[in-house]
Design a protein around this ligand. Structure first.
Ligand code: F3S
Length: 295
């Protein structure tokens, strides 16, 4: 049985960078506490690993008096950053470079006098961070309908939450074009999610069975399964390697593996190891001589 990994899978660059940063902070902590402001990643097993290694998830109320705070990839409002600094805490800024770019673009638009419109989810930490850079002065729309319901404007500057679908962003821009004399569009969508989808689309046509590793509630992992099933009806979501049953691998010649953006490499590795074990066991079973004939 051949195991084939999708060409792009698992952690995006921004999350990987933030996790690596947290471990670097731990190495230099010199006995002081290292915490992340909010969960570094939406993956229970990875949070468990971070916690057991000594990197605790904290909120504003439980930040230690002394130690290092790691800012997660979504970023924070500048006011939150300054407040941590004022408390004398050491800060490691894990804000994803793509999110930094969105923050800068929003500020540019704001300073140039555009009405800023953000296409995204108003409660998402990334959006809250961007809003903090522009005095919370922006319109936030998460659908075409919400864009259509906005009043008319003179000059609109629009940016997108990094993970919004390009199709939805285009539709929102089209709606805004009907609303304003000038619409300035900033390309702030990150292609990490798209890359994983593109890779699984290619892989799904070449395998008999496909496992996507990710949380049950992870939107991007479920989306990967949906894309994979277009060509591989036996694609399914698993949270851990233990969910793979020998029975379902029987007869499979090529098995594909992909993973959602919150799945760490070590979990992917465990799945590959489990597939190897089960695949080898099945092969041995298949090769075993039929003793009933020789008795
Ligand atoms: Fe990840 Fe940064 Fe994109 S956190 S999804 S690489 S915006």
């Amino acid at each position: 049985m051949e195991i084939v990994l999708a060409e792009s899978l698992g952690f995006c660059m921004g999350v990987k960078r933030a996790v690596d940063m947290a471990y670097r902070a731990l190495e230099k902590a010199d006995g002081r506490e290292v915490v992340t402001l909010g969960p570094l990643i939406h993956n229970a097993q990875e949070i468990e690993r971070l916690t057991s290694d000594g990197i605790r998830t904290a909120d504003e109320a439980s930040i230690p008096a002394d130690g290092t705070v790691v800012i997660r990839a979504h970023g924070v409002p500048p006011q939150a950053y300054e407040a941590l600094k004022a408390r004398g805490l050491k800060i490691m800024d894990g804000t994803c470079p793509y999110v930094h770019y969105s923050q800068r673009k929003a500020l540019e638009l704001y300073e140039q006098g555009y009405t800023v419109v953000i296409a995204g989810d108003r409660n998402h930490p990334e959006i809250l961070g961007i809003l903090g850079h522009i005095n919370n002065d922006a319109q936030i729309v998460k659908s075409v309908e919400e864009a259509e319901a906005l009043p008319a404007f003179d000059r609109v500057g629009v940016i997108a939450q990094t993970t919004i679908s390009p199709k939805k962003y285009q539709a929102i821009i089209a709606a805004l074009n009907e609303k304003a004399r000038e619409v300035k569009v900033c390309e702030t969508i990150c292609d990490a999610t798209e890359e994983n989808q593109k890779a699984i689309r290619e892989l799904s046509g070449e395998v008999d069975l496909l496992f996507v590793i990710g949380g049950r509630h992870s939107a991007n992992s479920n989306k990967l399964v949906e894309v994979a099933r277009e060509k591989c009806p036996r694609a399914r979501l698993i949270e851990t390697a233990e969910e793979i049953a020998a029975e379902e691998l029987r007869g499979a010649k090529r098995v594909g593996v992909s993973a959602g953006a919150s799945t760490p490499d070590w979990m992917i590795q465990r799945v590959v190891e489990r597939l190897r074990e089960v695949g080898d066991a099945l092969e041995r079973q298949f090769k075993r001589p039929d003793r009933s004939e020789t008795l």
